[in-house]
Design a protein around this ligand. Structure first.
Ligand code: ZN
Length: 417
């Protein structure tokens, strides 16, 4: 090896060892911080909670205790929430014209069926290297990891401006969370974003693209009648079923493009899902029918066109059957343009994963939606990455302590490089 390259390599090795040492020294504090945070419920008012206020107050103190004092609040008003607001925290370390943001969310989904939990979801249980509790993995693990990564970076030397955003309202669409923060002009040209809110259990997947999602409600109105005299009514179930089968086949064949970035489903999907109940008895022809279609659509397609195709098909089958079939948007999210594999944030994340975890990451697209979609839609580059077992929204949700610590290492490496 050439002398100067040897020197660079040795220096790099030494700094990697130092980084790992510093981050590992925080392990106990990280476990305690995540445990304390789990004991403060942070469920949105729409899901029956008080919102994120108490958890935000705790996090502000935690930041201060750890020497991170440049803290800004960007709370969104919400009369239904505690203190009338949905808190958003922006904590800055280092300085520079543009910033590397790490966005994690404070809110959690509700407990779900309480009887399925083996421990109290709001009291952290530490067992076999895991921390159990609601919100432990989604998104507590990453939030705490980012906080201690910022602390580590301050000790090792932050390279430029790093902004930690702890946001509200992610689980229900982010209007009072990251969307609100963006609307207040907090992002600057050249800013880049890491969203540690999805990933694989090895930490080897960096998400750079998301699909559109369209949840459509299909309501059919026919005319109820006795099952022995079908001609005196219009069977809504039959009309809806005809529409369903044709629409599904049509959409799959018309929008059949493949994009291998998206795994394991490299194409768009159009699946009838929830079916509402209709009549209670066997011998009545139902006069109404209601079901849902969950579509996940490649970003290259236009969501509006797909919706109007669905409506056109509904019209055709309405005329054919004599029923009235209506397609309504129940929920939709438009996918922003994907972030390039060659973007600064994608390259930087991959490099840190290689260095700290010693593995080769791959770039992927996913069917779900994260805060990354919201910043991408505003023209920024964002990578979604973390190491997780996929326990989000499940009973007995846990965070693997080793993942929290090593993810903090990866983030630290991004902050100091
Ligand atoms: Zn999440």
């Amino acid at each position: 090896m050439h002398g100067s390259r040897m020197l660079i390599w040795v220096t790099q090795m030494a700094s990697d060892v130092k980084l790992a040492e510093v981050v590992r020294s925080f392990e106990k504090d990280m476990v305690k911080a995540l445990g304390d945070m789990i004991s403060i419920p942070s469920i949105s008012p729409e899901s029956g909670g008080e919102g994120e206020y108490d958890r935000a107050e705790f996090l502000v103190s935690l930041l201060r205790e750890n020497g991170i004092t440049a803290i800004e609040r960007c709370d969104a008003p919400d009369r239904k929430a505690k203190k009338g607001r949905r808190p958003n925290i922006i904590a800055t370390v280092g300085s520079g014209r543009s910033s590397l943001w790490v966005i994690s969310h404070m809110d959690t989904v509700p407990v779900g069926d309480r009887t399925l939990w083996k421990t109290d979801p709001f009291s952290a249980a530490v067992k076999n290297g895991k921390i159990y509790g609601r919100g432990s993995e989604d998104n507590g693990q990453s939030l705490i990891a980012s906080l201690f990564a910022a602390k580590a970076a301050m000790q090792l030397g932050v390279s430029s401006s790093v902004k930690l955003a702890f946001v509200s309202d992610e689980e229900l669409g982010s209007a009072k969370g990251i969307t609100y923060v963006a609307s207040k002009g907090k992002f600057a040209k050249g800013d880049e974003f890491l969203v540690p809110d999805a990933g694989s259990s090895k930490g080897d997947e960096i998400e750079i693209a998301e699909k559109h999602s369209l949840w459509a409600r299909v309501k059919t109105e026919g005319r109820q009648t006795h099952a022995s005299m079908p001609t005196t009514g219009v069977n809504a179930k039959v009309a809806a079923s005809r529409f369903l089968v044709f629409a599904r086949d049509y959409l799959y064949s018309r929008y059949s493009a493949r994009d291998d970035l998206f795994q394991p489903v490299p194409y768009s999907t159009f699946e009838p899902t929830r079916q509402m109940s209709n009549v209670e008895n066997v011998n009545t022809i139902p006069g109404t029918d209601e079901f849902y279609i969950d579509s996940r659509i490649l970003p290259s397609y236009n969501l509006g066109r797909i919706l109007s195709d669905m409506r056109e098909i509904a019209d055709v089958f309405s005329r054919q059957t004599g029923a009235r079939i209506k397609v309504e948007v129940f929920r939709k999210s438009t996918a922003a343009s994907p972030t390039s594999k060659d973007s600064v944030i994608a390259t930087k994340t991959a490099e840190a994963v290689r260095r700290v975890l010693g593995i080769e990451p791959r770039f992927v697209g996913i069917g779900g939606g994260t805060c990354a979609n919201i910043v991408r839609a505003r023209g920024f580059q964002a990578a979604v990455w973390s190491t997780e077992d996929g326990m989000a929204h499940q009973p007995n949700e846990y965070s693997v302590i080793r993942n929290m610590v090593s993810d903090a290492g990866v983030m630290t490496s991004m902050f100091v490089s």
